[in-house]
Design a protein around this ligand. Structure first.
Ligand code: SAM
Length: 254
């Protein structure tokens, strides 16, 4: 239950260095825009060296492992509620980091590296968390450039709507954590849930749905369709994958 979950009172209180031991300056203010990490698309340079991508309900981590080499300078965090699944992902990350070190004997986690030379898989981590309750404890305002909601549990029975990963309250929390220009990526094989997510984000004036032409060539869309465990399962079963992405807009004037 949630009683057994440890979570930070606020993002600064969390031991980010433990999660990303090979990354310099993690969890710290960075001096200038030049020192700040590149997020691959130069949305807004972060004033804080922290996680920029969150995978909500990451399951067995397929998306994390695929995104890691695609965005090697960006810190990515998977959040998962099941402890055994979280441990599996954490162990796999350690194993991949170990393999990468063997392949490159000059790199080591003992000497932390500058961001420009992060060795493979040092930019990903996974924690156990109930994201329906504790998102703002992990992420500050405007910290994230991307949030992934990949095949969230559908709970399509009417009485279970409150258990869904998109609700007016949660959409507001995602808007808080996302920087202007940042994107929420959603994918599901349940059409009813797809509609629910589209309605939920469309009802929030801080989001705009991205058109198909705007998503063409977006590697993140390709990866969430092809590399998530659920995406692969739906592919095998010949199901449909419903994708919808929403961009964070400027706050409206008061
Ligand atoms: N995203 C992965 C994928 O696409 O392959 C896993 C999808 S799986 C159907 C949904 C995952 O969300 C499960 O691993 C489940 O344990 C996790 N989950 C459900 N509710 C959650 C919550 N409130 N906080 C964090 N994870 C949650």
């Amino acid at each position: 239950s949630d009683h057994a979950l440890s979570y930070p009172e606020k993002p600064e209180a969390w031991n980010w260095r433990e999660l990303y031991p090979g990354v310099a300056q993690v969890g710290q203010e960075v001096q200038s825009a030049e020192d700040s990490p590149q997020n691959g698309e130069n949305i807004t340079p972060a004033a804080y060296r922290g996680v920029e991508i969150a995978d909500i309900g990451c399951g067995f981590g397929g998306l994390l492992f695929a995104l890691s080499p695609l965005l090697p300078q960006t810190l990515i965090l998977g959040l998962e509620i099941r402890s055994s699944v979280t441990e599996f992902v954490q162990e796999k990350i350690r194993a991949l980091q170990g393999q990468a070190r063997k392949g490159d004997p000059t790199s080591s986690t003992e000497t932390e590296t500058e961001t420009a030379t992060l060795t493979p898989y040092q930019n990903i981590a996974c924690i156990r968390s109930n994201t329906m309750k504790f998102m703002p404890n992990y992420f500050g305002r405007g910290q994230l450039s991307k949030i992934f909601l990949c095949f969230p549990d559908p709970h399509f029975k009417h009485r279970k709507h409150k258990a869904r990963i998109v609700s007016p309250t949660l959409a507001a929390e995602y808007a808080y954590a996302l920087r202007v220009g940042g994107v929420v990526y959603t994918i599901t094989d349940v059409e009813d849930l797809h509609r629910w997510m589209v309605d939920g984000f469309s009802a929030n004036p801080l989001f705009r749905r991205l058109g198909e032409e705007e998503l063409e060539g977006d590697e993140c869309v390709r990866v969430m369709k092809a590399e998530t465990e659920e995406g692969k399962k739906v592919e095998r079963n010949g199901g449909t994958k419903w994708v919808a992405c929403f961009q964070r807009l400027e706050d409206p004037p008061w």
